[in-house]
Design a protein around this ligand. Structure first.
Ligand code: ADP
Ligand code: ASP
Ligand code: MG
Length: 452
């Protein structure tokens, strides 16, 4: 493994000129950093999604475009409006304007991806210029040359072998004597059409690139100094966790710790690449190291919450004593490309949760739970759909082998209605569903009882 670090900076880290200067300091502070992966500047993807959804009239579109221009202008001003890069940004704005008009006539997921990819394309061009102005041999790199995905626009899946081959051909030499600046979140299918990995996908991009070039480390620089015991915006006593295992971090990301995209840990753990999470504004504050092994293995490490969960209860009297009902059900989910989260079963029914929120939705923010899927399910069983639920996850170690885990958790929330519980499949998590209105309170109470 080479001594090569991939550093990813999120939206707030590249929100404006000053924030971008902090990123440059971080990159220059680690001589091993030769690949920089960026998100769009904070707010830009949301604005582009508004345009891409095609609901705005001409005036509405222009108002949104002006907001996007203002964000780019702040950075261009700091850079002193160099001619070449100013023209490049103008070209993107022109492109956005034309595509937004097209979307307002009729939009589709491929068009959405073309529009929203402009956020990352612009932030990386601006940051490359900033690095050059700091005397760095930096080069802008179009990630679509390596980030091959399938054609599921809006939540495309990476094709790992192709990414590795392409990275060997297109990136390996470049990183030897350049700092390569490239886009998170976006990719391209076999025909070269632009795709996206789903909201928050830049973390995943960084880990995928790290895997493809055999990096020695992946750094995720964000607006908090590490992964906390729970979202610090919700619980003021939450504290950073110095080290986490890949397993724990994967469970946290999957079950709602927004600081990492749910799939980020997969490439890192496949190749055993340590991942660091820290604050680009305050790198000296330290952060979280995610590795195969950690020194401490507490039963309770963190609590996380994922909103907008849908519970499907599938009932069939044919299920009793019969074989193959589960296979049929999971086959239907597979056919519709939807992943199933929590599952519990009884004699004649299966309860399944589906993530309809930020991490489960597509890049355009639309639900992935389609009528077509529900109709297919109704062909084989009775379907009840319950919305407005929140998934609570307690993350830790050897949970299902520690006496009293359940009573410690549920005594803290004895007066809350628990709709479904999943426990035992993983040593690292205990998950359950509560009504959306109880979510925040449950997290706060669990933090006091298990982690303060
Ligand atoms: P970026 O734009 O850098 O990708 P995100 O907004 O996606 O940043 O993720 C950082 C945010 O994640 C934090 O500001 C914090 O509110 C939220 N968050 C949720 N859970 C956690 C957690 N357990 N630890 C740290 N941050 C968390
Ligand atoms: N810009 C994309 C988003 O806002 C990807 C990312 O930031 O990770 O979802
Ligand atoms: Mg993020």
């Amino acid at each position: 493994m080479s001594n090569l670090c991939v550093a990813k900076f999120g939206g707030s880290s590249v929100a404006n000129y000053e924030a971008m200067q902090n990123c440059a300091n971080v990159v220059l502070g680690n001589p091993a950093t030769h690949v920089v992966v960026l998100s769009a500047s904070s707010g830009v993807t949301n604005l582009l999604v508004e345009l891409a959804n095609g609901q705005l009239d001409k005036e509405g579109q222009e108002a949104v475009i002006q907001k996007i221009i203002a964000i780019q202008e702040n950075i261009l001003e700091g850079l002193g409006h160099p001619k070449e890069i100013t023209e490049e940004i103008e070209k993107h704005i022109k492109d956005i304007r034309a595509l937004a008009h097209e979307a307002s006539m009729q939009t589709n997921t491929a068009l959405v991806d073309r529009i929203i990819s402009n956020g990352e394309l612009m932030s990386t061009k601006l940051f490359t210029e900033l690095m050059k102005q700091r005397g760095v041999k930096a080069c802008w790199f179009d990630v679509r040359k390596v980030m091959r995905t399938d054609s599921v626009f809006g939540r495309a899946a990476p094709i790992i072998e192709v990414i590795r081959t392409q990275a060997g051909q297109e990136l390996a030499n470049l990183v030897k004597d350049h700092i390569v600046i490239t886009q998170g979140f976006i990719g391209a299918n076999a025909e070269g059409r632009t795709t996206t990995l789903g909201r928050g996908g830049s973390d995943y991009s960084a880990a995928l690139i790290g895997e493809a070039i055999d990096a020695s480390e992946v750094e995720i620089w964000t607006d908090v100094p590490g992964i906390y015991t729970t979202d610090p915006r919700l619980v003021s006593t939450a504290h950073p966790i110095p080290e986490l295992t890949f397993d724990e971090a994967a469970e946290m990301a999957t079950f709602g710790a927004k600081v990492l995209h749910p799939a980020t840990i997969q490439p890192a753990s496949r190749r055993n690449i340590p991942v660091f999470v820290g604050s680009s504004k305050n790198p000296a504050a330290g952060g979280t190291w995610i590795r195969t092994e950690t020194q401490s293995k507490p039963t309770f490490r963190a609590v996380a919450m994922r909103k907008d969960q849908v519970l499907l209860t599938l009932k069939s009297f044919k299920m009793a004593g019969a074989c193959g009902f589960m296979a049929t059900i999971f086959g239907i989910f597979a056919k519709h490309g939807l992943s199933v989260d929590l599952v519990t079963t009884s004699e004649v029914s299966i309860a399944i949760t589906v993530d309809n929120g930020f991490s489960g939705g597509n890049s355009d923010g639309k639900s992935s739970l389609s009528d077509a899927l529900l109709n297919d399910l109704r062909e084989v069983c009775n379907v009840t759909v319950e919305e407005g639920l929140t998934l609570i996850a307690i993350i830790g170690n050897d949970m299902s082998y520690s006496t009293g885990t359940g009573s410690k958790v549920f005594s803290a929330i004895f007066d809350v209605n628990v709709r479904m519980i999943c426990y035992g499949a993983s040593l690292h998590s205990l998950c359950f569903l509560v009504d959306a209105k109880d979510g925040d309170e449950v997290i706060k109470r669990l933090h006091v009882h298990l982690l303060d």
